[in-house]
Design a protein around this ligand. Sequence first.
Ligand code: SF4
Length: 359
Amino acid sequence: MMSIQRRQTPSLWIGKVEVGGSAPVSIQSMTTTRTTDIRATVAQISELATAGCDIVRVAVPDEASSHSLAELVPLSPLPVVADIHFNHTFALRALDAGVHGLRINPGNIGSAERIASVVEKARSRNVPIRIGVNAGSLEKDILQRHGHPGPEAMVESGLRHIALLEKLNYRNMKISLKASDVYTTMQAYRLIASKVPYPLHLGVTEAGTEFGGTVKSAIGIGGLLSEGIGDTIRVSLTADPVREIRVARKILQSLGLRREGVNFVSCPTCGRVEVDLVSLANRVEEALQHIPHPITVAVMGCPVNGPGEAREADYGIAGGKGRGLVMHHGEVVGWFPEDQLVETLLALIHKDFPAPSDF
Ligand code: SF4
C-alpha cells in the first residue's frame, strides 16, 4: 500500500496519548451519557476503550457536570477531554480535576483576565487546548462579512481564537474546523493547514446517522488524511459511539495509517452464489471485531474468485454448493458444510491467537 506523507506538526500529549509529530493518528469519541452519572459514563468509556478509542471527550454543560469530573477522571481508562462552552469557571474546575485536555474556544469565555486564568492553569498542568470551530456557531461579525459559514469564514474564526492563545505564548493546542458539509469541512482544513503549524483534529460534524455519517466521514476525514492532513479524528454519528470507533478504525486501516485489526474481504455475491454469504460474512466480521491482530480474512461466495482471494488471505472461506472450502495461509484445510463454516474458520483463528475473551 502507498504510504501517506503526513503534514509535519509539533506533538502534544493528551494524557498518555501523543497527538501530532510522528504519533499515529489517534481516534476520539464523545460520551453520550450524563457526565454526572459517573457509573454510566465510566462504563461507556470502558466500552469505547475496548473498541479501540484513544481519547474520550465528555460534555461539561453545567455546574454539576464540572464538579463530577474530579470523581470521573481518575476512574476513566482513557484520557479525558472536557468539552466546555463559554464558562471559564468550568474550565478551571476541569483542570483542577485533572482532565487531560480542554476543548474550549478562548474567544467565547469573556475578558482577557478570564482567558489568561484558564491558559495559565492549562500551562501549569501541561494540558492542551483544542480550539473547535463549528460552522454552525461562527461569530456574528465574521458571518456578516463572509455572508455564509464557508471555509474562509471558519478559518478566520479559528485564527482569531489561535491569536488569543499565541498572544499569551501558549502553543499547546490543536485545531478543528467542522461543518456538516463535507466539501466545506475539507476546504477549511486545507486552508488552516497552510496557515498554522498546529496538529489538526478532523471531523465532519453532525454527519448524520450511521449509514450517511459513515459515508460522509469516510470521504471528508479519509480524503484529508489521504492528503496528509490530520493528527487525530472523531467520526460523529447519530448512533452508539462505539460505532464511531469502528468506522474510524476502518478509515485509518483503509489508508494504511493503522495496521491493527482485521482486514476483512468479502465479495458482493452474484448469481453464482450457492451459500448464504451475506449471513456468513456478517457473522465472521462481527465475531472478529475486537481482534487487534493485523490479519486478512476473506469470505467469498463461489469457486470462481473465491479460492484465489481466500488463498491470499490469512484465513478464508470460498463458498460452494451448500458447503465451502476453508483455507489457512494459502493451504486448503478442507470442505465443510455451510452450517459449520463460520465455526471452523473462527476456531482456526482462535487457535492461532489468544482466547476470544482476550481479543
Ligand atoms: Fe460472484 Fe463468486 Fe465473485 Fe462472489 S466470488 S461475486 S459469488 S463470482
